[in-house]
Design a protein around this ligand. Structure first.
Ligand code: FAD
Length: 310
């Protein structure tokens, strides 16, 4: 199902991002975790894309397993990095054949060995171009999601221009925006307002990064270039050597963020799980959003297993 249709419930919904693990054991652990986290009631899950090689094949494999074996509503990330058009076509075909109807279309990060992003010969230059390609080849089959940056993108110093480029992605066929992580809700809400003023009307889904450890909190905020509000620093720094206490306090701060987002009328949260369970679970539990076991239908593969056992 297209996630743009799935999110139109008028009620709060949430989703989980995972990335392909490096080892087979890591992969099995992640499948087990994805199944457990289904009990937290995500509207969809998404799997990130790494340029080229084993990991991008693994993204396709994980999307097929999550969507067609486990029956989880899945969104596949797909980037332009290192991807001539034929490879993009193959990846889309694999998602299509797996019954996945959602693609997060991205330009991608630069290759590890390169400082600046470079287009691949025979490939695409901007996310907008891959959105156009998907739309042309598949019409409305895929719900196309695109990335947005409430605190700007490093390649475009002018905010207005970056928002214009975001609008071009929507005009090309994007139906939803998922944002980069942030901790400053006021900045995020101001940016949403600017997007609305620029004529962007589709849902904008905030990217939420739960707080796991002090080192990871600081590193990820720096990597994403996001501002850490003073009250986060004041409350978290004194417990930087106590992971459990930091996670508890971090959960309260993230819950406050989410509540403020809901209060502003935005009903969906997108969690960067970093393939971990606990911190996301604590936030959803704290917000009282975790559904009761009885209200969840079992995953389709479990349903067929129990039918076979009868
Ligand atoms: P674009 O929208 O193409 O924008 C890139 C830059 O080019 C921006 O500065 C933009 O303003 C500028 N630009 C766009 N159009 C034009 C134009 N016509 N003229 C001039 N400048 C223009 N990376 C991965 O490698 N794999 C992933 O799975 C992944 N998942 C992500 C998920 C989310 C929700 C987010 C927010 C980011 C993700 N990223 C991922 C990171 C992303 O690939 C990088 O941030 C990348 O640098 C930009 O990608 P984009 O799709 O936003 O690019």
């Amino acid at each position: 199902m297209r996630i743009s249709d799935k999110l139109q419930t008028g009620l709060p919904t949430w989703s989980f991002e995972y990335f392909p693990p490096k080892t087979n054991q890591g992969l099995q652990n992640l499948y087990d975790r994805m199944e457990r986290m289904y009990e937290l009631g995500p509207a969809f899950i998404d799997i990130t894309w790494n340029a080229g090689g084993r990991l991008s094949n693994l993204t396709c494999e994980m999307v097929a397993t999550a969507q067609s074996v486990y029956g989880l509503e899945t969104c596949m990330h797909l980037t332009c990095t290192g991807m001539p058009q034929e490879k993009v076509a193959d990846a889309l075909k694999s998602a299509y054949e797996a019954g996945c109807q959602n693609i997060l279309a991205l330009r991608g990060d630069p290759l590890r060995e390169e400082e600046e992003w470079k287009a691949t010969p025979g490939g695409f230059k901007y996310a907008r171009d891959i959105v156009r390609y998907i739309k042309k080849k598949y019409g409305d089959y895929f719900c196309i999601v695109v990335a947005g940056y409430p605190e700007g993108h490093p390649d475009e110093p002018e905010e207005d221009k970056d928002i214009q480029h975001l609008k071009e992605k929507i005009d090309a066929g994007g139906s939803l925006i998922i944002t980069q992580m942030f901790y400053d809700v006021d900045k995020f809400l101001l940016w949403v307002k600017k997007c609305r003023n620029a004529g962007i009307t589709c849902p904008i889904i905030p990217g939420i990064m739960p707080i796991q450890t002090w080192a990871a909190f600081i590193r990820r905020a720096k990597w994403a270039g996001c501002h850490i509000p003073q009250h986060f620093m004041e409350q978290l720094e004194p417990m930087k050597d106590d992971d459990a206490a930091l996670r508890e306090r971090g959960t309260v701060l993230i819950m406050d963020m989410c509540q403020k987002i809901f209060d502003a009328g935005i009903q969906h949260l997108h969690f960067y799980t970093m393939n971990l369970e606990q911190a996301t679970k604590m936030v959803l539990e704290g917000l009282g959003l975790v559904p009761s076991k009885e209200s969840l239908s079992p995953l389709p593969w479990r349903q067929s297993l129990s039918l076979r056992r009868k």
